[in-house]
Design a protein around this ligand. Sequence first.
Ligand code: RIB
Ligand code: CA
Length: 311
Amino acid sequence: MTRKIIIDTDPGQDDAVAILLALASPELEVLGITAVAGNVPLPLTRKNARIVCELGGRPDTRVFAGCDAPLERPLVTAEYVHGKTGLNGPDLPDPTMALQDRHAVDFIIDTLRTEAPDTVTLCALGPLTNIATAFQRAPDIVDRVSQIVLMGGAYFEVGNVTPTAEFNIYVDPQAADIVFRSGCDLVIMPLDVTHRALVTRPRNEAFRALGTRVGVAVAEMTDFFERFDKEKYGSEGAPLHDPCVIAYLLAPELLSGRRVNVVVETQSELTLGMTVADWWGVTDRSPNALFIGDLDADGFFALLTERLARL
Ligand code: RIB
Ligand code: CA
């Protein structure tokens, strides 16, 4: 039985790897890919999503353009990490596949109303603007969502864009607050776990050794994308944040965490976008998320490399 998913994304090299992993995995049926402004502005994320689908040999995938700015705050982008195009690294051709006409938010609403309840999983790889907007416009769909697995937030690992906030949550804290309070079954992949998914040199070489367009392109993406984290953290390689979301769907045994309450700071200028995880249960706030903290990195890269080889 395949699992129906919608991937909401702001490609971004790590988003691209997550999309390729999903397209390579027969366990998953990608109902659609919805682009949101984040790493780079919407005109680029809606273009990059199609570039990646064609790279993966799946021009039949439906790609929708969504929100071009956060609910309340001005858009903050991350060209300093992902490059001017958002997919710097490999030299990939412009897409020929068309963008879908429907707005991404309408697609999310329509799909959740049409598919049977509890059968569609939302995989959120960027700021949560599209999903929050859909929930605001159509509250009836919230209970129909099977699960939301999202990359975002940080607790023990602290922030990557401010001292306390991770990028996806920081860009649209109001949207994150709506999603975190929605009551949906939430699985969060914070920096606490994604910083363990590092593309070390041998792992990068394993991508390149596939010898395929996909393998070489992924090696070139992560070669480019690693600069920021190596300089800032002294990491051994690029952290594959977003692929952790898809890996959880394919092999949840590779990841572990704790069900806790997680709330987003939306008011303070000092800690805006911080995900406040009640890790030790010191408040009366009830747990609302599985907050993932650990990863079998070798198992993750074995799965990822084997799947990429199929494209
Ligand atoms: O903080 C990491 C997240 O921000 C990842 O999803 C990356 O693609 C960027 O969107
Ligand atoms: Ca992303």
